[in-house]
Design a protein around this ligand. Structure first.
Ligand code: GAP
Length: 508
């Protein structure tokens, strides 16, 4: 278990590498950035595309029972009334009137400071891996400052949504450390609003979608009527979603513009939903491992029954051990027939199927695996990042930074490195190989600097293999290259045909 300092260092190192090597930049950086928005650079956009492509290939193309969809980002505003987002897609917001900071009430924790059974004040702390320790330390310091004698009770953290009205005035703001400036929590709708057309009035209000899922429900009938799908079947979509998060944080983990990969799997109302739910959880776990996430970092969180939405039968989140804590990566929800029923009511268009066996119409139920591309990308960066001491041929020890990305998602699959750049035959062979490889794969040609330096550059970018074209390649029989593996740093001689066979097997 890494210490908090090690975790903070890992996060810092990942953010720094992401910027330095062109994976991720703050959005509009030359204007100071915009909180909660990010740009993906040359390596980042390849990595993101590979994650999307792997998911799409495995979820849609390689299955017989799932079809794809690309619905519009701005949909009829009634979609969001029917889905419940206009009324209920809210987070509890707290303002600090002095510092003008805003907090999510459920992420702002507090506790009374109790000495010899008497409350002498309150302390507060923002949610973290060690909220309880932070509050306890704050309570001890508070007691010392007030010079109160007696036994300090262990703090019992509560979040701000649980604060009683008479407590709100007494809880210090995390920004100022003083009580009296926090407002009672109020509901804040997270949907971004815009206006469609030339008039900016109430009749033209529309929303940027906060999830891609509603596209699948609204187009359910279109797909049933225009394709040959039969229950059970799924509709999958990848696309941007937007949420005006109160506290975007942890780099790209919680942002205001992000990308989702969601799938709605429709089943008969009498089907064994629990079995289907479990199958989808297992599928999602296996898929995450297939793109290189280690089993040791994955766990499950089952939402307690009393905290589920009234229509939900069960939700399990696949959690990932990020440096800042174990957090939700992928939610798999059994949503019953809620969404189709709501849209049928609101649109007046039945969303039913006909059961040939019972000769009755019914509304299908749905299992929904919903994941964020950006969260997966952050997970693979964090799990893959390592700094190692390596010894070169001369016995010198140096540091190498390596990104252990699965070949499936690595932004560059192979780097082609001519040993030197001024030997015509050698360069010609390297360029020929590069040209052949780039027809199928993302490859890089690099002839700049010492070979060791070039290996390090590729290690940092997560490139699984480098091939070096050397004098033996052109002078000895067999046309053999040196293949160098990123993780083991081992080298072996390989033919062009063997290289293509290796790529064909590992990059899919
Ligand atoms: N249709 C269901 C739905 O949208 P959700 O749990 O709100 O459920 C699904 O979102 C997934 O989308 C999350 O598990 C997470 O991976 C990703 N996600 C949600 N909000 C996000 C945000 N603000 N930034 C990045 N990813 C987010």
């Amino acid at each position: 278990m890494p210490s908090p300092a090690e975790s903070a260092n890992l996060m810092e190192a990942v953010v720094s590498l992401a910027k330095r090597r062109g994976f991720i930049y703050p959005s509009s950086e030359i204007y100071g950035g915009l909180n909660g928005f990010f740009d993906y650079g040359p390596l980042g956009s390849e990595l993101k595309k590979n994650i999307r492509d792997c998911w799409w290939n495995d979820m849609v193309r390689r299955r017989e029972d799932i079809v794809g969809l690309e619905s519009s980002i701005i949909m009829h505003p009634k979609v969001w009334e029917a889905s419940g987002h206009v009324a209920g897609f809210t987070d509890p917001l707290v303002d600090c009137k002095v510092s003008k900071q805003r907090y999510r009430a459920d992420q702002l924790f507090f506790a009374p400071v109790i000495v010899d059974g008497k409350t002498i004040g309150y302390v507060s702390a923002l949610e973290s891996e060690k909220t309880a320790e932070d509050l306890q330390a704050a309570a001890e310091s508070f007691k010392r400052k007030k010079a109160v004698q007696g036994a300090l009770a262990a703090v019992v953290p509560r979040d701000f949504t649980e604060a009683r009205p008479e407590e709100i005035e007494l809880i210090p703001s995390p920004a100022t450390g003083e009580p009296g400036s926090l407002t009672p929590p109020r509901s804040f709708n997270m949907m971004f609003q815009t206006n469609v057309g030339a008039m900016s009035d109430a009749s033209s209000v529309a929303y940027l979608r906060p999830e891609t899922a509603q596209g699948m429900f609204v187009d359910f009938k279109n797909i049933v009527d225009t394709t040959r799908v039969k229950l059970p079947f799924g509709i999958a979509q990848i696309g941007k979603s937007f949420r005006n998060e109160i506290t975007p944080r942890n780099f790209i983990f919680r942002s205001r513009e992000f990308e989702q990969m969601e799938m709605e799997y429709f089943i008969h109302e009498d089907a064994d939903w629990a079995k289907c739910h479990e199958e989808w959880i297992a599928w999602c776990e296996a898929w995450l491992k297939s793109i290189g996430l280690p089993d040791s970092h994955l766990s499950r969180y089952t939402h307690p029954k009393e905290k589920l939405a009234f229509y939900s039968r069960g939700t399990v989140d696949i959690m990932f051990k990020y440096p800042f804590g174990v957090q939700e990566l992928w939610g798999i929800a059994a949503r019953g027939s809620y969404d189709l029923t709501q849209h049928a009511k609101a649109s007046g268009k039945p969303q039913e199927l006909f059961d040939e066996a019972t000769k009755k119409k019914f509304v299908p139920h749905v299992i929904e695996p919903a994941v964020g591309v950006d969260r997966i990308l952050l997970a693979v960066l964090c799990a893959g990042y390592a700094e190692e001491d390596v010894t070169d041929e001369k016995g010198n020890v140096e540091k190498r930074t390596v990104l252990r990305l699965s070949p499936r998602i690595a932004p560059v699959k192979v780097a082609v490195l001519p040993l030197i750049k001024n030997k015509e035959l050698l360069v010609a062979r390297a360029k020929d190989l590069h040209a052949k490889l780039k027809r199928k794969y993302a490859v890089q040609y690099d002839d700049g600097g010492a070979i060791g330096k070039r290996y390090r550059r590729q290690d940092e970018a997560g490139t699984p293999w480098c091939v070096t074209i050397d004098f033996d390649t052109i002078e000895k029989p067999g046309d053999l290259f040196t293949l160098r593996e990123r993780d083991s740093m081992k080298q072996r001689r390989i033919t062009e045909a063997e290289l293509f066979a290796l790529l064909d097997e590992q990059v899919y």
